[in-house]
Structure formats: C-alpha cells, structure tokens
Write a protein that binds this ligand. Structure first.
Ligand code: AHG
Ligand code: MN
Ligand code: MN
Ligand code: MN
Length: 333
C-alpha cells in the first residue's frame, strides 16, 4: 500500500479546501516539535533529562525537566513562522506573545507540552496535547481575553502519544486521523483514517482512589459497573487507568471506553482536575469527531464558556451511550 505522509495528507486537505496554507504550516510545525519531544522523551536516563526541574508551574505542580524542555521546544518551533497571534501553555502563567521582530498570523495555539508527566520517571507513556483557535479579527494584540472561546470554536485539535510507537492524532473538523512516526525516515505515516469510537463499551477509566470524594451520580454509575453481571447492567466491565490523559483517551478512540475525571470534593475548589483549554477541549473535539461524547456531567465540554486560561473542568468522555447514561444520572440527581 502506498505510504502517505502527514505532509501529503495536509496538502490534500488544503487542496480539498478544508484548511488554509497557514493552518497547514501550523500543523506541520507542531508535528515537527512532537518529533523533537519524542527524541528527548525516549532518551530517558541516558541524557539526564528525568526528574524534577526544581521549579513549580502556575498549576502549583513541581515541573519535570521534560515539562520545561517540551514547553521550550513548542514555543521556539512556533514563534518565528508568522502563523500565530500568540500561544498559551500549561507551563506558562500568561499569554506567550510572539517576539516583536517576528510577523504574526491569525491563529492561537494552546498546548499541554508534556501530558502525564508524573509517568515520565517510571517510563510509562506520556503525550502532548494541542488546540488551535482563531485570533478574534477585531483585536490587534492577543490578550488572555482573546483565548476565552468555547471549545466548539476550535479549528483543529490533536495530540502526540509517546508510547511504544510515537503517534500523532489530529482533527481539523473532518474526522480523526492517526499517524505513526517512522523513525528511520523521520516522517509521520498515515496509519489510521477516520478513528471511530464504538457506541457501546465494557471498559471504564477513572482514578478509583477518589471514590469517596465523587458526586452521587458518579458513585451510582461506578457502583453499577462494579457489580458486574449481578448488577443492573448485567455485564462485567474492565478498568484501565494510565494517568496520562493522552494514553487513556487514545485507548478510548481506538477501542472504545469511558474516561472520567469527574468533579470531586478534593478538586471542587479548582473547578475540577483537568484543564479546559488544553486538555478537555482538544480531547472533546477529537472524541466528538470520532462519534463519541464529552461532558462535564452537567454540560457539553465544547459549550463551556472559559473565563481563565488555566481553568479546570470535570471530564466525562468516550462511548456516547455511556457518557449519556452518566449525564442522565446527573439530571436525575
Ligand atoms: P499533566 O501531566 O499534563 O499535568 O496532566 C496530568 C493529568 C492527566 O494527564 C491525567 O489524566 C491526570 O492528570 C491523572 O491524575 P491523577 O494523577 O490524579 O490520576
Ligand atoms: Mn502538569
Ligand atoms: Mn496534562
Ligand atoms: Mn502537562
């Protein structure tokens, strides 16, 4: 079979009028940065890149060296191309402006440069998540306000998964498409067109150590799953929890499932655990494009109106039938 590269795929999408040359350039640059992050992540202990950087980020998290390196790679790769008005990152407190001596463009790029970084020191899959918004045409200079757009406004979203293979998974609003890195060629090869989430599933992903803090609808839902054949569902479910959102969501996109980081009493004061702008929104766009659903339990994630760059939300996403069941339990509560 002819091997199609990411570059060819993007050119064909542009030729079909589904994206502009500027968006194609943006996605090529992000994919190239993902390759550079993959090279650093796969060095592990050999390059002294494991462990903590000795600094904290705006989230109050101790940064890993690779959090900082991945962030630098994405900022430096994207600031000179002329396709961006500004950037936002989990690892940067405020809007990252394009240096004054570079041209700017019409897109806003947001990213989680290293997702699941608590796994990096134990050699478990990690990822990178990105989201693309349009710069509001009425504004000259990007401010935090420019980014305060609901997830349904995203023009593109995707992630890189640094697992046994490195993959790049992308949507521009016409389905979800996956590419696998051919390390010899240094190219991402098109390996999975139109990823689709099965409507039904028998697999759930949640950090069960938070059970005593969950809201009643989630407790009711998980209790029913755990009763297995004897319970109201009448079937046995399996559980997975990688604690890298990218790895857990990639499994859901590939074979179905429901992924939950719901509201709990521990994270209620922050609004949830996962970040809306560069974790929940991009993953919600991908999941909906793959035929699934993504909700906070009370509303569609892509309809949440942001007020802060690092805002957190509850996340319930995956196979549509299961997400809708949890939504029903919230409505009945
Ligand atoms: P990050 O490493 O970018 O800060 O994200 C970690 C997130 C997400 O990847 C994962 O689903 C979740 O944290 C895991 O949380 P717990 O450690 O509480 O399970
Ligand atoms: Mn983090
Ligand atoms: Mn993350
Ligand atoms: Mn991160």
């Amino acid at each position: 079979m002819r091997r199609v590269t990411l570059t060819q795929f993007l050119i064909e999408q542009q030729r079909a009028g589904r994206m502009t040359a500027d968006l194609r350039l943006l996605l090529e640059v992000v994919a190239r940065a993902a390759k550079a992050i993959s090279v650093n992540v796969s060095k592990g202990a050999l390059a002294g890149l494991l462990g903590e950087a000795g600094t904290d980020n705006v989230q109050g998290e101790a940064q890993k060296k690779l959090d900082v390196i991945a962030n630098e790679i994405l900022l430096q790769a994207n600031e000179w191309g002329g396709h961006l008005a500004a950037m936002a990152s989990e690892e940067v407190e405020t809007v990252h402006q394009i240096p004054f001596d570079y041209p700017t463009g019409g897109f806003l790029l947001l990213f989680d440069p290293l997702d699941g970084s608590s796994n990096i020191d134990v050699n478990i899959s990690v990822g990178m998540i990105f989201s693309v918004l349009r710069m509001p045409p009425s504004e000259q200079r990007a401010t935090e306000e420019s980014f305060m757009q609901p997830g349904r406004e995203q023009v593109a979203a995707g992630y890189a998964l640094f697992g046994p293979s490195t993959m790049f998974v992308l949507t521009i609003g016409h389905g979800v498409h996956a590419f696998t890195l051919d390390r010899e060629m240094g190219s991402f090869i098109y390996t999975q067109p139109f990823m689709t989430i099965p409507e039904e599933t028998r697999e759930f992903a949640i950090n069960a150590s938070n059970a005593r803090f969950w809201e009643k609808p989630v407790q009711r839902y998980i209790d029913e799953l755990q009763q297995g054949k004897a319970g109201p569902r009448g079937v046995d479910f399996n559980m997975r929890w990688v604690a890298s959102m990218v790895a857990d969501v990639h499994r859901v996109l590939t074979r179905g499932g429901i992924f939950m980081y719901p509201m709990d009493e521990k994270c209620r004061h922050q609004g949830g655990k996962l970040r809306l702008m560069y974790e929940a929104n991009p993953m919600a766009m991908l999941v909906e494009q793959a035929g699934g659903a993504a909700s906070t339990g009370r509303e569609r994630i892509l309809d949440v109106q942001p007020h802060k760059l690092h805002q957190r939300v509850p996340v319930i996403l995956g196979s549509r039938a299961e997400v809708e069941r949890v939504n029903d339990y919230y409505r009945e509560a």
